[in-house]
Design a protein around this ligand. Structure first.
Ligand SMILES: Cc1cc2nc3c(=O)[nH]c(=O)nc-3n(C[C@H](O)[C@H](O)[C@H](O)COP(=O)(O)OP(=O)(O)OC[C@H]3O[C@@H](n4cnc5c(N)ncnc54)[C@H](O)[C@@H]3O)c2cc1C
Length: 374
């Protein structure tokens, strides 16, 4: 996602994190922009635009619900929760993806992922708060049972290195009896204000969703402008062997940096070289570097420890029990580097660490019964 956003900036897009749209601005019954809340600095401002595209995933029918549901008969979006587990490779290692039969006639997958083994996923209706979606204990046990039966292992919740859940936007027919008809395909709606809403779909169908939206806009405006998304490569790839050798940065870290940033890994390594303390790993057994915290703040709009540990690196999901522990040295180190970039004083750092622990608890990244490695 970050690479896609970086690429859009090259084409002139302005990406603004922590800005939430609170309402649509209308002029003469037509969508003419949005009112935006600045979630960091406080306050609101208006953004004027000729076209408004609502691509807010599982939240899509929260903006203008009446217009969407009643005027345009847009079906209700039904969130479905998917739970995932991470496991140390010393407990369960796979070198390729494995499809594992699970209860209820479903299958789950087991994959090598960022130095751990990833197990997922479940698919169940979800009705709770969409801000933080914690893994369900029943779902965790369902996944563990399937894994243990298939691999002949005896992995328990105490062995997990993390767990996380998310909600998919499924388009509901509104009739629970027709749940088999619930579509996972993307849908584009044009409603009475002229706002376009694109939702449903998959992570892997993002180019098709973009094309569907752009083609509709071009057609509506009677322009000749074929969508070019399929011609645009993402980022600039780099091989680990092409990256410079830096004291304290091992081959595993170089491989991760090449995979995550491509050519831009050179910038991470420049930071690591300029300050050797930043060439250190964030947690002992995973290759992510403290220098990445600087990159997240400077180039990726990270403004909280959760941004860094959950959405820039994925360490919170891979080492949840350790990073959820109160007094964690690793969390403090991340906070100090991030605070150095963002100008935090001692009390802002303390507040940021407290805020991280509240988020980590709400996200449920330390599964019940797990404990930090000693
Ligand atoms: C557990 C799980 C596993 C999945 N596995 C796969 C998979 O293996 N393969 C696959 O292809 N897909 C997978 N998906 C589906 C995929 O993640 C989603 O379909 C995809 O993220 C939808 O993309 P989107 O851009 O429409 O919405 P999102 O990715 O949800 O993005 C919507 C964005 O809008 C923002 N937003 C919401 N409201 C507002 C507002 N008012 N103002 C400003 N911003 C707002 C949100 O913060 C969010 O960043 C999975 C989903 C889950 C939950």
């Amino acid at each position: 996602v970050l690479t896609v956003l970086g690429e859009t900036e090259r084409f002139g897009a302005i990406c603004a994190n922590r800005c939430s749209v609170s309402e649509l601005i209308e002029e003469g019954g037509r969508a003419a922009g949005v009112r935006v809340r600045d979630e960091l600095g406080g306050g609101e401002f208006d953004l004027r635009a000729e076209t408004v595209v609502n691509a807010t995933g599982v939240w899509a029918d929260r903006l203008r619900p009446t217009e969407l549901h009643e005027e345009a008969e847009v079906p209700v979006i039904r969130p479905s929760r998917g739970t995932h587990l991470t496991i140390a490779r010393s407990t369960l290692a796979v070198d390729a993806g494995v499809i594992v039969p699970a209860g209820g006639g479903r299958s789950i997958f087991v994959l090598p992922w960022l130095g751990r083994t990833l197990v997922g996923t479940t698919d169940r209706d979800y009705e709770g708060d969409l801000t933080h979606v914690a893994p369900d204990v029943e779902d965790i046990d369902y996944l563990l049972n399937a894994v243990n039966e298939f691999f002949g292992s005896a992995i328990e919740r105490a062995d997990l290195t993390g767990a996380y859940a998310g909600v998919r936007p499924l388009i509901s027919t509104g009739d629970p009896k027709k749940s088999v008809d619930i579509s996972r395909k993307e849908e584009l709606y044009e409603t009475s204000s002229g706002m376009l809403t694109i939702t449903g779909g998959k992570l892997t169908t993002w180019r098709r969703m973009a094309q569907l939206t752009v083609d509709r806009l071009v057609e509506r405006e009677g322009r000749e402008a074929p969508c070019r998304t399929r011609e645009i490569p993402l980022g600039l790839p780099a091989e680990p062997g092409e990256l410079p050798a830096i004291d304290g940065v091992d081959r595993e870290s170089l491989a991760l940096l090449a995979h995550r940033y491509g050519h831009a890994a050179n910038e991470v390594l420049r930071v690591a070289r300029s300050e050797p303390a930043l060439a250190r790993r964030i947690v002992p057994d995973l290759p992510d570097l403290l220098a990445e915290v600087v990159i997240a703040a400077r180039y990726e709009q990270a403004s909280t420890i959760a941004d860094v540990l959950l959405r820039r690196t994925r360490l919170g999901l891979l080492d949840g029990p350790r990073l959820s522990e109160r007094g964690s040295e690793e969390v403090r180190a991340v906070g100090e580097v991030l605070g150095g970039e963002l100008g935090w004083d001692k009390s802002a750092l303390g507040a940021a660490i407290d805020d991280w622990h509240r988020t980590a608890d709400a996200e449920g990244i330390a599964p019940p019964g797990s404990s930090p490695p000693r």
